[in-house]
Design a protein around this ligand. Structure first.
Ligand SMILES: [Zn+2]
Length: 143
């Protein structure tokens, strides 16, 4: 019998903890930014069988860091107006964006996988495909 589908909140919380969104197992990252090919517990291929899968994670990372910067910019301008430190905001903002992009990148990879699992829930048939390693002659079942 198939395991029940995790709730959207559970998928997201597992991803934020850098765990497999599908089963919650730790150890899906090979290094700080690099995902393993498969989840060590459930066997899910972490790129879900698609070569350009993480373009979405790059986009999510960009949006997250820009929103962080916009929030900080708004707070600093409101708190310090009319003596807003524009030079500090310019250089500090640039540093924040660069550092934030590096810090957020691995989390956005697992969040992207969680978002994908929300919109395209895992089926037993697909999970079997992942566990078998998938192949070019046997297409990903959800497509
Ligand atoms: Zn897993």
């Amino acid at each position: 019998m198939a395991a029940p589908r995790p709730s959207n909140l559970r998928l997201l919380s597992r991803a934020l903890a850098r765990r497999c969104p599908n089963c919650g197992a730790p150890g899906i990252f090979k290094s700080y930014t690099e995902l393993r090919e498969h989840c060590p517990n459930c066997g899910l291929r972490l790129h879900r069988g698609e070569s350009d899968y993480f373009i979405g994670a790059y986009l999510l990372n960009l949006v997250a860091v820009e929103l962080l910067f916009a929030l900080l910019l708004g707070v600093v301008v409101i708190v310090t107006y009319p003596n807003t430190p524009w030079t500090l905001l310019q250089w500090g903002g640039m540093a924040l964006i660069i550092i934030g992009a590096v810090i957020c990148y691995p989390i956005t990879k697992s969040l992207w996988l969680a978002a994908d699992l929300m919109f395209r829930p895992m089926t037993e048939k697909e999970l079997d495909w992942h566990r078998e390693g998938g192949s070019a002659d046997r297409e990903l079942p959800h497509l």
